[in-house]
Design a protein around this ligand. Structure first.
Ligand code: GCU
Length: 684
């Protein structure tokens, strides 16, 4: 599994011969580090697909018949056919896009990979290799693409001791102990995998950051990583702890309005940029879950973000300031709904952030649940560029044990229509700045670790893949992305791809059903977030307890977020709020997120709420049965090692789906006092 989706296994005989004729070598114009990376990847990819060694793929400066020609717009080869059409295409490709097409140079057929920049050439090379791996005939490949968002970032929650917060794939890939002088070649493979998707940023350390990350020793280590990632178009960023100067005893306070504090950050920024001239900037978690922040000094998030932004601005760095705030309320009266906190604190600051600040908002208002409605802030910050924060690592979705493909979750959130401004305004358009006039970005909390297969399980590689593809193009279709990944990872053969994709496409809804159907949320084991624990009611803060979220009692179940409850629905644009305020117009899959309803409430299916709830739990288990059966049928087509690993994980998922179902139904039955509906599955 180490090769991820860049396996480049030999093609069958006929397409191999066609490719050998169509790709006789590589012609590259200039010798920059990024072009060298593109050439090396093309050599590796072509050699693999042709069943040869990379040194047999000739590289020359000048194109010859059948070459794969890399060309920047500013220096197109002479004798190129259809040059006007090509220039027109390149004019739309932007700084990171590319054009790939079959054409002729002085009459000789070539494959042209053209772009305005070197990074566009690298992306174009990867895109071409992807098509070849998926079985496309070289003659037929014609590509024109560019990313929709300029910031496509992986957030590593990696600690400096190599543990990974919410990481299920072994230690951190960043070997801080050995850096900066010992540089693991794996960093290059990490960069290749990311560049193949267009990911162009990496925040190296945990949002629960330590002050030392800004010490000279760690900046040197960071610089060494940056040197490896740079040719692949990936900038490094760091998470910073708000109170860093105070903790390093270099200032007397961390008040953002204190000139000595601002001066410290400005000096620190200068120091960083001396060793990492293209350093991306800072990610900040402040005044959340016990982290320090500007509120400790009576200031607000904009005061904090803008002070850091001023330090980074001369170097063109940015601040990604997280909206995930989750702190004990200052006034008990505000304690009513955790889901409302971020909006309450950030919406009043809309338009108050400096130009190089982006507010980074989790996909939903609680915390990466199996299903959440899109965060209300996406429709409520018309003057602030926003970044999406998805969680690729599956903290609440069965870690690396359960097979859950996140493509549908990404798609559902990106297409959620905020109706901001009273018009269609899907979240994807908000990120692109349709309202703001300023573009945002997308971040994913990485699921990558030092395990041999990077992500802890084969199918979790698909979530890294899908994150990258959606970051490049938020309008992609999750099934199409799954098809690509399955073809690249196993084989581009419908006998493999169809069932693998079918398993993937049912997997997320299966997990929702056996964990938290109908809008339920946050019922996982507290702390570790694995397995069911809807009964927990004794933790120190009300909003740490699952009972706070499901509110099941004799009278019914669900969290009332309408005007009779916390009124968090009012944080959505009026069109959306109106729909969500009424159970009859709330999508059933979000019903109990917004409403507390009696057990005999009639669902659109005609069943009572109680019967429907049980049916969903049962269905979730049945779906895992179906996934297991599909995988068994794939045995002849998948190598033994990956087959066995997936099979044992599915068996564990099946046991745990049953555990979830039995525990939740027993617990809710104890609350509702109702019998199991006729036809329900028996408990294990
Ligand atoms: C969740 C997660 C924490 C993480 C936090 C965050 O609460 O459980 O481990 O630190 O999110 O996003 O900051």
């Amino acid at each position: 599994g180490y090769d991820l989706w860049l396996r480049y296994r030999p093609l069958p005989a006929a397409p191999r011969a066609a490719l050998a004729a169509a790709a006789t070598g590589i012609a590259a114009p200039s010798d920059t580090p990024t072009v060298r990376a593109a050439v090396a990847e093309l050599q590796r990819g072509l050699a693999g697909l042709l069943g040869r060694t990379p040194d047999t793929i000739a590289v020359a400066a000048r194109p010859r018949t059948g070459a794969v020609v890399l060309a920047r717009a500013a220096r197109l080869p002479t004798g190129l056919a259809d040059v006007d059409a090509l220039r027109a295409a390149l004019a739309t490709a932007g700084a990171e896009g590319y054009v790939v097409r079959r054409t002729r140079i002085n009459g000789a057929p070539v494959t042209l990979v053209a772009a305005n920049t070197d990074i566009g050439l690298l992306y174009g090379g990867f895109a071409w290799l992807r098509q070849l791996q998926l079985g496309a005939a070289p003659e037929g490949i014609a590509l024109l693409d560019k990313p929709a968002l300029p910031l496509r970032v992986l957030d590593h929650w990696d600690n400096l001791d190599r543990t990974v917060e919410r990481g299920y794939a072994g230690e951190s890939i960043w070997n801080w102990w050995e850096l900066p002088h010992i540089v693991d070649p794996r960093y290059t493979d990490y960069a290749r995998a990311n560049a193949s998707l267009g990911i162009n940023g990496a925040v190296l350390n945990n949002v629960n950051a330590k002050a030392e990350v800004l010490s000279p020793a760690f900046l040197a280590k960071t610089a060494a990583i940056a040197d490896v990632l740079r040719p692949y178009g990936i900038r490094v960023y760091l998470s910073v702890r708000w109170s860093t100067p105070l903790e390093l005893k270099e200032t007397k306070t961390a008040d953002p309005l204190d000139p000595a504090v601002a001066a410290w950050w400005a000096r620190k920024a200068d120091e960083i940029y001396r060793t990492i001239p293209d350093f991306g900037g800072f990610l900040v978690k402040a005044n959340s879950e016990g982290q320090p922040g500007p509120q400790d000094y009576g200031r607000n998030h904009a005061d904090g973000a803008n002070m850091l932004a001023r330090a980074l601005a001369p170097h063109r760095g940015i601040v990604m300031w997280r909206a995930f705030v989750y702190s004990p309320p200052a006034h008990p009266a505000q304690a009513s709904d955790r889901a409302a906190q971020a909006y309450d604190q950030f919406q009043p600051l809309d338009g108050k952030f400096a130009d190089n600040v982006l507010v980074q908002v989790k996909n939903g208002a609680i915390d990466f649940q199996p299903r959440e409605p899109a965060h209300p802030l996406f429709g409520a910050m018309p003057h602030t560029p926003l970044m999406m924060e998805f969680q690729v690592t599956k903290e609440y979705l069965g870690f690396a044990t359960h097979l859950v493909y996140l493509g549908p979750l990404f798609q559902e959130t990106l297409r959620f229509d905020t109706r901001a401004g009273g018009q269609p305004m899907p979240v994807a358009r908000v990120l692109e700045g349709a309202q703001q006039g300023r573009v945002g970005g997308i971040a994913g909390v990485a699921n990558i670790g030092a395990s041999r297969n990077w992500t802890g399980s084969t199918f979790d590689q698909a979530n890294w893949y899908a994150f990258g593809r959606f970051a490049w193009n938020p309008d992609l279709d999750s099934r199409a992305v799954a098809r690509e990944w399955a073809g690249l990872t196993f084989a581009p053969d419908p006998r493999v791809v169809d069932p693998v994709v079918d398993m993937m496409m049912r997997s997320r809804e299966a997990a929702v059903d056996y964990m938290t159907p109908l809008g339920l949320h946050h019922m996982m084991g507290t702390g570790h977030h694995y397995g069911p624990a809807p009964w927990v009611d004794d933790l120190g803060r009300a909003d740490w307890n699952p009972v706070y979220y499901h509110r099941a009692g004799k009278d019914g179940i669900g969290f009332d977020r309408t005007a009779t409850g916390s009124n968090a629905v009012a944080q959505y644009a009026p069109d959306v709020a109106r729909r969500l305020a009424d159970p009859a117009t709330t999508p059933p899959e979000l019903l109990l997120w917004f409403h507390h309803l009696p057990w005999d409430y009639r669902m659109p299916s005609g069943r009572t709420l109680w019967d429907e709830l049980v049916a969903h739990y049962d269905h979730g288990v049945a779906e895992v049965d179906a996934m297991q059966a599909e995988w068994q049928r794939l045995r002849p087509y998948v190598d033994a090692r990956r087959y066995a690993d997936v099979a044992q994980r599915l068996a564990q998922q099946r046991r745990e789906a049953q555990w979830w179902r039995d525990a939740c139904i027993a617990y809710f039955q104890h609350r509702s006092g109702l019998p199991l509906p006729a036809g329900a599955r028996p408990p294990a």
